[in-house]
Unconditional design. Sequence first.
Length: 257
Amino acid sequence: MDDSHETWQDGGMSESDAELSAEEMWDPQVARWCDPEGDYVLPRALRSLPQPWDEGDWDRIGDLPRTDERVAEARQVVTELLEDPELAPDVPQPPSPGLLWHVWEEFHQAVGERMPRTSQVTWAGVDELVREWRGRERLYPLQRHVVDHVEAAILAMIPRLRDDIVDSVFRWLALDSDPGRFADWAVDTAERCVIEDIGADSAIELLGAMGSSEARAALDRLSVKPGGPASWDNAEAAQGKLFDMGTERRSGSRRGS
């Protein structure tokens, strides 16, 4: 790809090139916000997370002992991330073909590498990263769009972080030797997360790992489509998990006979 985006074919511009041009010219109209507590970028619920949940470092998270204290902490993390409306901002949707989402993710990764803890993400740090991107020898048009409208990219990072952290909590719980012991609270929480599409894949995996009648009932409700509580993709995933659970149950019965 080059800066000129030469797209002329047979004397005209292709449909896909016209769509890409629309993305390059798009104005997301996101103004910079200010936090009353300092130069922070992320909402307080994200930047006040306990370690290591505030870093998204799966190597550290996976090694956490599943003590009562740590489980209670993980439950609190998910609860706070679910309840705070600031973590579900109205992110403007880029025009078709939506390639800008990929460049936003590239910038999010760069932010995470520079400021790994959520409490470290400041506008000063973001602006320094923008200056570095601008100084690149070659900056592709959609990368230029990101640095020209960095507030939109950062706004899109907020729900992505929430999704990643909730996902890591459910993955961590599912690694327990007896995840069914979390069922008294985790079934309802996981079901809600699937409905709201927050860490949904790992929430469905946890429901399957718990394997209780309550977890199975939640998967039954989530698997309804069309018109069910979950999105089409999440309903498909719930159906698949129910199928896997049924296969495992039948296989276990045959081995025990």
